[in-house]
Design a protein around this ligand. Structure first.
Ligand SMILES: [Zn+2]
Ligand SMILES: [Zn+2]
Length: 336
């Protein structure tokens, strides 16, 4: 496909899509029903449906009987951990293999013209962004994810918490499924904003931001404290009446969903003429500029807090004006 019909490449070889990134029309005023209906399929496709399907597959194929999970046992815990590792390896690895190892579409639709493997950096373990990401994903990321999953399943199996069944409360649980991405966004924005605060940034979040040119293995390349905060969104399911399948969906939404913002390409080509939108540009701009787009735009938190970058020249100018203002404030404080 010809990516120049969808965007522009600068002299450095970086490609940017034309047009502006829009926040989802759910929370925009005045309400625009037609726009909302046009956007609605994108709420489900492809990612939310994939993560909901993977949660169901887990529930029926991987999760043991409640009686087994009443007592913590190495066998079932190890089984969950190994399945999680294999699933992450296959899911993240499939993007890595196609786009970064085989380079099936070269650098067409690639935001940053360079590939991370071409530049070694001492910021990473073994000077490699990929190895750093892989080590952090499997040494702490998936273990933390699995530990939360095991703890919650153990609580459910023993009847600790306000769990409800689909048989008793189907409509309530369906409503929770529908608002879960909105809750994920609110939780993510909150913890993300928190760890951008100076001391926490230096201690925790700078690890994730070492990937200025993010690729699939950057997704869970985080300090363990950030991984714990990130996956802690699943804890809501033991606070409000919920169901363990929803808890697993929430974990999959976080765990597998992390890859979405770190694909590094705007479109994944599916043949000569077809391509799938990655929706990665919002978070790519966060990795590029650090202090914009703390959220992904499903809820327009960044617009409300004045940190939205819509990918246009105006978005860039707004960001620059904010930097200048802050610099002036810092200079004034230093001069006092
Ligand atoms: Zn990121
Ligand atoms: Zn950040």
């Amino acid at each position: 496909m010809d990516d120049t019909t969808f965007g522009k490449r600068n002299k450095r070889g970086d490609w940017a899509p034309d047009g502006r990134i829009e926040t989802a029309p759910v929370f925009r005023l005045p309400p625009r029903p037609l726009e909302f209906l046009k956007w609605l399929p994108h709420y489900f496709l492809p990612w939310n449906v994939i993560f909901a399907a993977s949660a169901l597959a887990y529930w029926y194929l991987v999760i043991p009987e409640a009686a087994v999970m009443q007592t913590p046992g190495w066998q079932w815990i190890a089984r969950l951990f190994i399945v999680n590792c294999i699933a992450v390896f296959l899911f993240y690895g499939s993007f890595e293999l196609r786009l970064y190892i085989l380079r099936r579409q070269g650098n067409r639709f690639k935001y940053n013209g360079r590939f991370p493997s071409e530049h070694k950096s001492p910021a990473f373990l073994f000077n490699s962004q990929n190895l750093d990401g892989i080590i952090r994903t499997f040494s702490t990321g998936v273990p933390i994810w699995t530990a939360l999953e095991v703890g919650m399943l153990w609580a459910w199996a023993n009847g600790y918490g306000p769990w409800v069944s689909f048989a008793d409360h189907p409509w309530y649980l369906i409503a929770i499924v529908l608002v879960m991405p909105v809750y994920h966004e609110a939780h993510f924005f909150m913890i993300h904003r928190l760890i951008h605060w100076g001391p926490l940034y230096r201690w925790i979040h700078s690890v994730h931001h070492n990937s200025v040119n993010p690729s699939p293995w950057s997704s869970l390349s985080m300090h363990p404290v950030e991984q714990l905060l990130y996956f802690s969104s699943a804890l809501i399911h033991i606070v409000i009446p919920s169901n363990p399948i929803l808890m697993i969906y929430q974990l999959h939404y976080s765990g597998f969903g992390a890859v979405v913002g770190h694909i590094g390409f705007d479109k994944i080509e599916l043949g000569e003429k077809a391509a799938m939108d990655s929706h990665a540009y919002t978070h790519y701009l966060h990795h590029k500029f650090f202090e914009v787009n703390y959220g992904d735009g499903l809820v327009p938190f960044d617009k409300w807090f004045g940190t939205w970058h819509d990918g246009t020249k105006e978005g860039e100018a707004l960001m620059q004006a904010r930097y200048e203002k802050r610099k002036a404030r810092a200079n004034a404080a230093a001069g006092q």
